[in-house]
Design a protein around this ligand. Sequence first.
Ligand SMILES: Nc1ncnc2c1ncn2[C@@H]1O[C@H](COP(=O)(O)OP(=O)(O)O)[C@@H](O)[C@H]1O
Ligand SMILES: [Mg+2]
Length: 351
Amino acid sequence: MKKTKPTVLLIYGGVGVEHDVSVMSADNVYSLIDQDEFAVIPIFISNEGDWYRVDKIYNPCDAEKKSLPTVHLGVHNGRGGIFEDDGFTAVDVAFPMLHGDGGEDGIVQGALECAKIKFVGPDFYSGPVTMDKAFTKIIAESLGIPTARFVLSIAHSPIYSMERSLERAEKLFGYPMFIKPSRLGSSIGASRADTKEEARAAYKMAQSFSDRILIEELVDIEKEAECAYFKVKNKEIITDLAEISCSFGFYDYEKKYYGGVGAALSEKAKISPKTSERIREYTRMLSQYVGTRHLSRFDFFIARDGRVLFNEINAIPGFTKSSLYPTLLSEYGLSPSHAVALMIRDALEDA
Ligand SMILES: Nc1ncnc2c1ncn2[C@@H]1O[C@H](COP(=O)(O)OP(=O)(O)O)[C@@H](O)[C@H]1O
Ligand SMILES: [Mg+2]
């Protein structure tokens, strides 16, 4: 008798600002999944938060959405799966290829747990921790891993208000500062401030994306170094570093997804073996403590004054054809398609 293939729910889109990147990542992951081994059911989450079953990875327009079946997660006879108008389909495993808010922050992961569906990527504990840059920086500090000096701020809190936080930041490190939303990605809402006036404007911009704001010292970055972390039960990989050189401004959304980055990647990172080993060791320490699994990217700054600073963890890193994460795995010797298969098989084996 022919063995039935495990069904994989490939969830993409999402309510967050990184919706479009998720579509590109999922498109790539879909093409990497071996359809002889797995039966893929793509699920598109619209900007409004509606869940649709689709038959290919794309960004359906409003007119197209009208004819798509909506689905929701649930449990039927003890098995997790999706409910549609005309019935229930059991699902073996999910692959949320979602970035940022409402995607890699534990929300979808919690829903999958409730629906008894195993899944690839961060779990319900590590998702929220890695999503919030403040939390990960606090963990890094307590593990003895240096990060840019920072002040935590909460826009609508009298204790952690903008004015109070900026005053603290002025005392701690002064201008220039770098102000960014604590819970977002893709450089959205992040900017530099050289004066109090600019700081207030930068803060307000960040605040339009997240109530929690990080005010950091502006690091004079010589290099941004990132490494890919891959973990399944019997295999852990921390790849070589990729270097992102920013000759102007900072590594912003446009550069990340629409150009420029390829050139930086094709060049092997010119980082000394000592620094490189230090960054990999920091990655090992953080990943173990935070409990990242399957895929994640660890980002660092090498400052001109020689400091090696941890910056952030991306628990579901960009996975487009030109993204750093799959490129680094390939360079290491693990093809992205094999990596995807290993992640899915690993999630399937979860108790
Ligand atoms: N403290 C800082 N000093 C200088 N530049 C920074 C600082 N923090 C972030 N940046 C720049 O902004 C970019 C985006 O910030 P990051 O913290 O990585 O958030 P995101 O999740 O949006 O990628 C970084 O890649 C870096 O170029
Ligand atoms: Mg970043």
